[in-house]
Design a protein around this ligand. Structure first.
Ligand code: GUN
Ligand code: ZN
Length: 647
């Protein structure tokens, strides 16, 4: 069973439980060839901290001196590793060398017999060049074999490979069909040639096409991915596990892997690595060592696992996009892989968190195409209600928060007339009162934007005009001249703080929520130090708190009651069964296994209403899952409850 622990969009930290212990993902399963062990599993565990490994059941079955002890003592004894072991089925051998004459069930039975923790279906490998008709036929066979294997898996966990060649729609189809079958891991197959030929755009395209329809509660493995250069991008696309023999194969060829590529030891003058091998030897010493192959293999593993840790830390920090964008600089094809993400914005927006703890960093033009940006633009277009005035001023990007930077100018214009204030931010035009909300204030942006991004910004400004949010007559800020051009009328009664309360609610909870939450006597509690909004009171009741860090609300019970009364189910709801409701009322968190349904528009870190089957409000909390995930996972926390109704 798989449990979600932490996430940044599709990238996630999870726990996969097996009969020989837990695996914390993302992780790399080194390939062990029992015929040719360069580094023993015990040494890998001690030095590099491997959690699990993968080996090939077909090779074990083929060689009598491996088969017999494996059947007698078990796989774990055979390779002397007592943690989780995954086995592959021989598909790759059959495909590469045409040697397997095997029934799909035979190899499943064999994997069970030797005690594999996770066995693999004998799938059919599709090459990226294969014609559509062939890929379709082979995919149908793989799906049939997976059903047959799942029906006979017994206590063994089963990996059901997603094939479909280079065709995104066939990968989608494969994901839909395979998700109906009881598999414990979904490896993405048929991708080794894509990685060898550095076809990273196609690789990302097929992964994301599969992710769109794969059961989110099942971990995704990327077959044959072992280069650390690729890990962050693959994890960003939703991969949880990798396996590879690359560490050993490269070492055999005198090659060293780094997070930015591969180098021949013979070409290395300086070792740019902190691992024990590289700090304990000079390049010359490695070149003349009789132990070279093993030392390079160890280095390759150290580097791979350091990158896995960097990826996990980035997920924890909410910085996986920044890491992937940095790594994509290593090779133009990898950069093309990163550029494929924008083709899948709709999918990415579903798991895009409401906010992050750390600021959005613009590291490259690709940063403009992150789902954070598209979400913000979409929400302003759909949810923001502009004040009714004919005069609009558009300020340029400036130090944040904008309302502080432009505060004096604004008060001069307010004295003259009703004006709506916008800022031409990198993301899109933003209303002044949204300036403290993530990611607007929480962003660091290069001052010298590329011409293509500037053009894109102009296009978006036009989109806002076409939508009627921004008038073609908007005044582009020219300093004193702009102030002078404001016609004298009634002084403005616009209150930035009240406008903020409403606009942030509409952006965060949906159109109309701001009005519902302000239907009465509104009183704001401001911070003594920063004068920013802390609490929103309605008719004397504390309904919302505004978080200083990301400028979004936490919902109080009184606020939840208003939203609950005003908006029918399933809006903002997570519906739980009676057992859970009882606990949630006491302030205990919601576990995925007890969820009956939820609002499909919920995104991670949204504030939600926890209700029972009769739509009675039980608690308020913050999600870590989407609706699809809440319904798919059988383990783990889905909503962190902050306040129960019985508190
Ligand atoms: N190893 C590398 N690619 C594949 C694949 O597509 N299927 C299986 N079973 N093993 C693989
Ligand atoms: Zn090293």
């Amino acid at each position: 069973m798989f449990e979600l622990k932490d996430r940044d969009g599709l990238a996630r930290i999870g726990i996969l439980e097996t009969a020989h212990g837990k695996i914390e993902t993302p992780t790399l399963l080194p390939v062990i060839n029992p015929n040719q062990i360069t580094i023993s599993p015990a040494e890998m565990k001690e030095k590099v901290g491997i959690q699990a490994l993968i080996t090939n059941s077909y090779i074990i079955r083929k060689h009598k001196d491996l088969r017999e002890p494996a059947l007698k003592e078990g796989l774990h004894e055979l390779v002397d590793f007592h943690g989780p072991i995954m086995t592959d089925s021989g598909t790759f051998q059959s495909h590469m060398y045409g040697e397997v004459e095997l029934e799909p069930l035979e190899i499943i039975e064999f994997q069970k017999a030797i005690g594999s923790d996770i066995g693999t279906v004998l799938d059919i490998f599709s090459e990226p060049e294969d014609k559509r008709e062939k890929v379709e036929t082979d995919l149908k066979t793989t799906i049939e074999r997976t059903q047959l294997s799942a029906d006979n898996k017994g206590n063994m966990m089963l990996a059901g490979p997603i094939q479909g060649g280079r065709f995104p729609d066939l990968r989608e189809y494969a994901a839909k069909e395979m998700s109906k079958i009881n598999c414990d891991v979904f490896p993405i197959g048929g991708v080794v040639p894509m990685m060898e030929k550095q076809m990273y755009f196609t690789l990302v395209d097929v992964i994301l096409s599969a992710k769109k329809y794969l059961n989110p509660a099942v971990p995704v493995h990327l077959f044959g991915a072992g280069h650390p250069m690729l890990f962050s991008i693959a994890v960003l696309a939703g991969c949880d596990m990798f396996d590879s023999a690359a560490y050993a194969k490269f070492a055999r060829d005198g090659r060293m892997m780094f997070s930015d590529g591969t180098r021949f030891l013979k070409d290395i003058r300086e070792l740019p690595c902190h691992c024990p091998i590289c700090t304990g030897h000079t390049a010359d010493e490695l070149r003349s060592s009789p132990n070279q192959e093993k030392l390079l293999a160890l280095h390759n593993l150290y580097v791979s696992f350091a990158e896995i840790r960097a990826v996990k830390q980035a997920i924890h920090e909410g910085r996986i996009w920044e890491l992937a964008e940095t790594r994509a600089r290593a090779h133009p094809n990898l950069l093309d892989g990163l550029k494929c993400f924008r083709k899948h914005t709709d999918l990415l927006e579903k798991t895009e968190p409401l906010s992050r703890d750390l600021a959005y960093l613009y590291t490259s033009p690709e940063s403009y195409y992150r789902p954070t940006v598209s979400r913000l633009k979409k929400r302003i277009l759909e949810r923001y209600e502009p004040p009714k005035t004919g005069i609009q001023v558009l300020f340029p990007e400036a130090t944040k928060p904008y309302s502080r930077t432009y505060g004096e100018h604004i008060s001069k214009m307010k004295d003259k007339n009703n004006v709506a204030y916008w800022v031409d931010s990198l993301f899109c035009p933003v209303p002044m009162e949204l300036d403290e909300m993530y990611p607007i204030s929480q962003s660091v942006i290069s001052e010298r934007l590329e011409p293509g991004i500037q053009q894109e910004k102009m296009r978006v400004l036009k989109e806002f005009m076409d939508a009627g949010l921004i008038s073609p007559e908007i005044k582009h800020w020219q300093g004193k001249e702009t102030i002078e051009s404001i016609p004298q009328g009634e002084p403005d009664v616009f209150d930035m703080n009240l406008a903020r309360v409403k606009a942030v609610a509409d952006m965060q909870f949906g159109k109309g929520t701001g009005r519902a939450l302000m239907d009465g006597e509104v009183e704001l509690v401001l911070s003594d130090k920063t004068h920013r909004i802390r609490n929103v009171m309605l008719d004397g009741q504390h309904i919302l708190s505004m978080r200083a860090g990301d400028g979004v609300y936490t919902l109080k019970i009184a606020g939840a009651q208003i939203l609950h009364k005003t908006f029918p189910s399933p809006k903002m709801r997570v519906i739980v069964n009676p057992d859970s409701a009882e606990f949630n009322r006491k302030g205990k968190s919601v576990f995925a296994a007890f969820i009956i349904d939820a609002d499909p528009d919920i995104v991670p870190y949204d504030e939600v209403l926890i209700v029972d089957e009769k739509d009675e409000l039980c608690a308020v909390g913050r999600t870590i899952m989407t609706r699809d995930e809440m319904l798919a996972f059988n383990k783990g926390m889905a909503v962190k409850v902050r306040e129960g109704l019985k508190d």
